[in-house]
Ligand binder design. Structure first.
Ligand SMILES: C[C@H](N)C(=O)N[C@@H](Cc1c[nH]cn1)C(=O)O
Ligand SMILES: [Zn+2]
Ligand SMILES: [Zn+2]
Length: 525
């Protein structure tokens, strides 16, 4: 364990029923003075929460080191859901979070969601953590979703430090999962804990759904929600759903998000032999799988990003004049964006509205990689016997996964026939739907008030190019308004090398969550 982590300190912060205050300067705790007189207890509960907010903000500022330490502990668990070798880490991560939720007073349950086929084997899926905190019928109930799994990461990918060791540099906390999604998930925990430790009752009831398979298409989660939790009545008391698993558009202005693209992810497998072959010995005498794969993958998208699959744009929702207007007011600087990713040139003539539309409301196709191909340094002379090409399409409103999958399968089959290769080809897909919500809903206004309180500026109402497959399921299961409240900044580089969260975003994000709980608590029941 890193010397930075003081387990005893964390235990005090997260398990003590007694209010405590920690000093951020020396990371030691000192006794907390209860801020209100006894007569204050007689005030209406919602008023109490309002008066508690300044205390909560102060408490958060005084516990910065503890929050960093807890994130460090979470990042140190390499819960990579796509890799069978890390399945035990995923389970450990969920169990770790279960203990943390219990420590803030929630009742918790680990729900079994069965098996998946991974790397040709049947592998048990990590359980889903379901929790409940509070059941006051006079209060609103928010269902909070987050994920505890992460994308793969190796230092050799080009990280400046070990990906699973949280490191602070220049006010930024670097580590896999820091912004996607361990930082935001812990943010909820810290906000609840802050309410408790200043002696204020939570202004809302909370329900939690924390999974560890989001980065792998949330396998098993829809079934748990629709076939188990919904019939059991889990959603009957839910009034609002909130997810913090995306990012601001830029680096300075906060936003609230009302739309996500879906994802349709493909595995295109070609086999030419049962084993890899020496290219000197066998080259010229076999139909090579890799050449077939490159041929097919090259037929998917052109250099400007136009998807070449027949009819793929046909069902995309038409752009209405009212929607077009929304893009004008969004704070987004294409040149700053280009610089932040060090791209040579942006497509769509770098026009702001066009870039945003192609990120939010039009589909895009990306080629991700080839399993079975040689990728290490050096000049290995091998003909891979089997290769699996991976690509995905970010799908958008009005595009249904089944319809997109059929178009892709038909197109690949047609191109394969044109290729005339004798090799074995197969294609499979896993998909999640796009989601949009009504941003004029009082829930969004409440989140906007909370954001303004913390950041002193009106948030942009944004959409997001990424996907959170369960969002639309939560909308359907609850029948309630769903909102995305991002914690991290647009340059956090989730999924990439050197993923980070700014200390500022993490800490102000905790306050934002506390203020959001307060604002939703004020909404009429
Ligand atoms: C937006 C969210 N934080 C995220 O990163 N989602 C993933 C979901 C995914 C990955 N594979 C399949 N789905 C994403 O948008 O890539
Ligand atoms: Zn992610
Ligand atoms: Zn995420």
């Amino acid at each position: 364990m890193s010397p930075l982590i003081k387990t005893s300190t964390l235990r005090v912060l997260f398990s003590s029923r007694l209010p405590v205050l920690a000093s951020s300067s020396n990371n030691k705790f000192r006794p907390f003075c209860y801020p209100y007189s006894v007569s204050h207890k007689a005030e209406p509960k919602k008023m109490a929460a309002e008066r508690a907010l300044p205390q909560i903000f102060q408490y958060v500022d005084q516990n910065v080191e503890s929050y960093k330490n807890l994130l460090k502990e979470a990042v140190a668990i390499p819960s990579v859901s796509s890799d069978a070798k890390h399945r035990d880490d995923c389970v450990r991560m969920v169990e770790w979070m279960k203990e943390k939720l219990k420590e803030v007073g929630a009742t918790t349950e680990l729900r079994d969601i069965g098996f998946q086929t991974l790397e040709g084997k049947q592998v048990k899926l990590p359980p889903v953590l379901v929790g409940v905190l509070g059941n006051d019928t006079n209060k609103n109930t928010i269902c909070i979703y987050g994920h505890l799994d992460v994308q793969p990461a190796l230092k050799s990918d080009g990280w400046a430090s070990e990906p699973f060791e949280l490191v602070e540099r220049d006010g930024k906390l670097f580590g896999r999962g820091s912004t996607d999604d361990k930082g935001p998930v812990l943010g909820w925990l810290h906000a609840i804990n802050a309410y408790k430790n200043v002696g204020s009752e939570l202004p809302v009831n909370l329900k939690f759904v924390f999974e560890c398979m989001e980065e792998s298409s949330s396998q098993g989660l829809d079934e748990l929600l629709m076939e188990k939790l919904k019939p059991e009545g889990f959603f009957d008391t839910v009034d609002y759903v909130c997810i913090s698993d995306n990012y601001w558009l830029g680096t300075t202005k906060p936003c609230i998000t009302y739309g996500l693209r879906g994802i349709s992810y493909y595995f295109l497998e070609i086999e030419c032999a049962k084993m890899d072959l020496h290219s000197g010995v066998f080259g010229g005498t076999v139909h090579e799988a890799m050449s077939d794969l490159i041929y097919l993958m090259d037929k998917l998208v052109d250099k400007d990003g136009k998807i070449l699959i027949t009819d793929i744009y046909k069902s995309v929702a038409p752009l209405l004049e009212t929607e077009k207007q929304l893009y004008n007011t969004i704070d987004f600087d294409p040149e700053a964006y280009r610089k932040s990713i060090d791209a040579y040139k942006l497509p769509h003539n770098a026009v702001k509205e066009q870039l945003l539309m192609h990120r939010w409301r039009y589909p895009s196709l990306s080629l991700h990689g080839i399993e079975g191909a040689h990728y290490q340094t050096g000049a290995k002379t091998v003909i891979p016997g089997k290769v699996v090409g991976k690509f995905s399409i970010r799908i958008v409103p009005n595009q249904e996964p089944e319809e997109v999958e059929k178009l892709v399968f038909d197109y690949i089959n047609k191109k394969w026939a044109e290729r005339g290769s004798p090799n074995k080809m197969s294609i499979s897909a896993q998909s999640g739907r796009a989601w949009t919500e009504d941003p004029d809903h009082p829930h969004y206004q409440a989140a906007a008030r909370a954001t303004k309180l913390i950041y002193q500026t009106e948030p942009d109402m944004s959409r997001e190019g990424g996907s959170i497959p369960v969002t639309i399921t939560l909308q359907e299961a609850s029948g309630k308004n769903v909102l995305l409240l991002p914690m991290g900044a647009g340059d956090d580089m989730a999924h990439s090398q050197n993923e980070k969260i700014n200390v500022r975003n993490y800490i102000e994000g905790i306050k934002l969550f506390a203020a959001y709980l307060y604002e939703v608590g004020k909404l009429p029941k």
